[in-house]
Design a protein around this ligand. Structure first.
Ligand SMILES: *[C@@H]1O[C@H](CO)[C@@H](O)[C@H](O)[C@H]1NC(C)=O
Length: 347
């Protein structure tokens, strides 16, 4: 599946950051946040039923979910819950949905049929599509088609249409104020940003400080990636950055601003840390990351201080059929037997 290959490609991300941190750990009080959601991936053969998964969200007070395809059983199980949903259009369906009639069918079947019982928040049209991918040409037409169907169905006020991107689109991410899209990505993403600006929709961005760290552990201080650095690590003009998550998100904000998206919000549609399989992938480090991230999101970034960062933790379960990297099978907040791997307060 597209999602599988897209995630494994993250291992090849090369991101240049200047790091001047210190290693001091500290304990955090864990507070819940309405801004937190959890991605519900399902590339596994040992997961609970869709109904049990939805029940696990509810019993843990997880108020937001991202799914990667319109799984009918999941949509059915979400009826009548207050869980807000990011519904994905899989990359493999982009070409089809780029035609108006197929987009109409898709929205009728997967959105209109479940609304208002299911609280749709965003339709994510494509996940981590690269500008060089065959599917890239279909992303914006598919977004526009879905938007037009939602307008006709008078649902455009309730949910927004966007796409989910990764950090490989950024040509410059350091310092964050200089963030910009690469030359190759710019012609792809600029019309998409213009569409988001004109429809009041956010950009969805997948941000993994873990992959940045393991791609360059000699330069990037682990504490900067785990939110445990004490004090400023990167000084960017008047702004001091204490963690790589904020620095990456603000680099995205800078990049989006330069292509006409000054008012476009960015939602973090994936962020996580694996518990096994590679350097730094331990239960303790992952626990530190998730807890500190949940603790952090309500503070906003230095460029958007005080504005809660809507963030979807990746992912609900360890997924035993992902790969090829071993770490890809260890991103779960829960084991397939529904036992939590970490003590995280979601609500
Ligand atoms: C976190 O990762 C680092 C880098 O691989 C490792 O040295 C350290 O032991 C890990 N810390 C914990 C608490 O697991």
């Amino acid at each position: 599946m597209d999602f599988r290959s897209a995630v494994s490609n993250k291992s090849f991300m090369v991101v240049a950051y200047l790091i001047l941190g210190v290693f001091i750990s500290c304990s955090h009080t864990i507070t819940g946040a309405g801004a937190i959601g959890v991605c519900n991936g399902g590339i596994a053969d040992n997961l609970p039923s869709e109904q049990e998964v939805v029940d696990l969200y509810t019993s843990n007070g997880i108020g937001k979910m991202r799914i990667y395809d319109p799984n009918q059983a999941t949509l059915q199980a979400l009826r009548g819950t207050n869980i807000e949903l990011i519904l994905g259009v899989p990359n493999a369906d982009l070409q089809s949905v780029a035609t108006a009639s197929a987009a109409n069918d898709w929205v009728q079947k997967n959105v209109v049929a479940f609304s208002p019982d299911v609280k749709f928040r965003y339709v994510a049209v494509g996940n981590e599509v690269k500008p060089t991918d065959e599917a890239a040409q279909f992303v914006l037409p598919a977004m526009m088609n879905i938007y037009n169907v939602l307008v006709s169905a008078k649902l455009d006020g309730q949910m927004k249409v966007s796409t989910s991107v990764d950090t490989t689109l950024l040509g410059i991410s350091y310092p964050p104020s200089a963030g910009s899209f690469s030359a190759g990505a710019s012609s792809y993403i600029t019309p998409i940003i213009n569409f988001l600006a004109s429809t009041g929709a956010p950009l969805l961005a997948n941000i993994y400080t873990y992959f940045a760290y393991i791609s360059d552990p000699n330069t990037i201080d682990l504490s900067y990636a785990l939110f445990t650095a004490q004090g400023t690590v990167v000084q960017d003009g008047a702004i001091g950055y204490q963690n790589l998550f904020d620095a990456t998100l603000d680099a995205f904000y800078s990049a989006v601003e330069t292509v006409g998206g000054a008012n476009v919000e960015i939602v973090v549609s994936e962020s996580g840390w694996p518990s096994a399989g590679e350097t730094a992938a331990t239960v303790d480090n992952a626990s530190t990351y998730y807890k500190n991230l949940v603790d952090h999101v309500n503070k906003g970034t230095p460029k958007r201080p005080g504005k809660p960062i809507e963030t979807y933790l990746f992912a609900m379960f360890d997924e035993n059929q992902k790969g090829p990297a071993e770490t890809e099978r260890h991103f779960g907040l829960f084991s397939p037997n529904k036992q939590p791997k970490y003590k995280i307060g979601f609500s």
